[in-house]
Design a protein around this ligand. Structure first.
Ligand code: NDP
Ligand code: GDP
Length: 331
């Protein structure tokens, strides 16, 4: 019998990569799709898996739809990837961010507790929960958490309610604490994709300049395709546990710009980038660098795509999208 997986956030970056991975592993994949979806099939189409997923209309804000989805699919594994996932927007919509990210995770857990208590549950937790805490610059599973955005706080609630349902009800619930991960289908609002998209436009003569906020913050950027493998591995363990997923390397936004412009043969990127304070945040997470030693040891997971290869992959994909003949993507 095929194993059955229910993915929330199916239309997003990770949902699409995870659907592809699970389909390759011969799962029956169900995707929860909000009626008001922003992406619809764009990302799933990009990865060529749209037609192989079964879609169920539903929303993390709507408990009835989650109960319906769980009862209909009877999942072996549930991956809760849906979220208002953009940190900057969480200051504009703090209540909605909390409604979806915090209460949404709880709603889904309640649906599972009542209708599929043996399903294994993965929660998309985030390195944002650490805020500016670290152990000598490195975040581990033991590092204290001090979230510094409404997004991170909503995710911290979800993190703890997942731990609590594991401890209270013995449910198989895990948190993947994922550091930033990117790909050619990363949302255009995130800094890496904003850069790859604009650098491709500049290379093709379609734009000349673009604005960014803080160039000094540092992130531990990996490839989304590698990270969904860790999600799946977490649910194949004997006992549920939380794991950091990261590359262990940190780079600044400047480093990303250097690599991106270098790839298209432009050395003096200063004339193409201006500082726009509109992109500064009320509070900033300065630097992330995660230790994934536990995941490497217990899950046998490791990242395959390097920082330089990730940058190249994203730019090449954006160049391809923008070339004549595929002009629909030009903004
Ligand atoms: P995306 O923003 O690409 O995808 C988010 C998904 O959630 C979309 O499919 C979106 O649907 C869906 N969604 C939003 N609101 C609702 C709702 N109310 N009900 C149901 N679905 C909803 O995010 P990623 O794929 O990048 O990230 C996946 C998860 O991992 C998120 O929870 C994110 O917070 C978390 N995370 C991501 C990291 C990263 O670097 N990418 C790092 C750490 C954690 P649509 O837009 O179609 O409406
Ligand atoms: P985040 O780590 O989830 O917030 O991912 P983002 O890609 O949105 O932001 C990563 C870092 O890039 C943050 O420190 C931002 O402040 C910084 N940054 C600088 N300029 C920009 C910009 O124009 N857009 C975004 N999204 N981030 C920017």
């Amino acid at each position: 019998m095929k194993r059955t997986a229910l993915i929330t956030g199916i239309t997003g970056q990770d949902g699409s990569y995870l659907a592809k991975l699970l389909l390759e592993k011969d799962y029956a994949v169900y995707g929860l799709m909000p009626r008001s979806t922003r992406y619809a099939f764009t990302n799933l189409d990009y990865l060529g898996v749209t037609g192989e997923v079964d879609y169920i209309t539903g929303d993390l804000a709507d408990e009835a739809s989650l109960i319906h989805a769980v009862r209909r699919t009877r999942p072996d594994e549930v991956y809760n990837l849906a979220a208002q996932s953009f940190v900057a927007a969480s200051w504009d919509q703090p209540l909605w961010t909390t409604e979806v990210n915090a209460c949404g995770a709880l709603r889904l857990l309640e649906a599972l507790r009542n209708f599929a208590p043996r399903a294994k549950f993965y929660q998309a937790s985030t390195s944002e929960m650490f805020g500016n805490c670290s152990d000598n610059g490195i975040q581990t599973e033991q590092t204290p958490m001090h979230p510094c955005s409404p997004y991170a706080i909503s995710k911290l609630y979800a993190y703890w309610i997942v731990n609590n349902y594991r401890e209270s009800y013995g449910m198989f619930c895990v948190n993947g604490i994922l550091f930033n991960h990117e790909s050619p289908i990363r949302g255009l609002e995130f800094v890496t994709r904003k850069i790859s998209h604009n650098v491709a436009k500049i290379k093709l003569g379609l734009a000349n300049r673009f604005g960014l906020g803080n160039l000094d913050s540092r992130r531990d950027w990996g490839f989304a395709g590698d990270y969904v493998e860790a999600m799946h591995l977490m649910l194949q363990q004997e006992t549920p546990d939380n794991f950091i997923v990261s590359t262990g390397e940190t780079h600044s936004i400047r480093d990303f710009l250097d690599a991106a412009f270098r790839h298209v043969g432009i050395s003096d990127w200063g004339r193409h980038v201006f500082i726009d304070p509109a992109f500064n945040r009320p509070a900033e997470l300065v630097a992330l660098q995660g230790s994934s030693d536990k995941a490497r040891k217990i899950l046998g997971w490791r990242p395959k795509v390097s920082f330089e290869d990730l940058v190249r992959m994203m730019i090449d994909a954006d160049l391809k999208r923008l070339l004549p003949g595929d002009a629909a993507h030009v903004e």
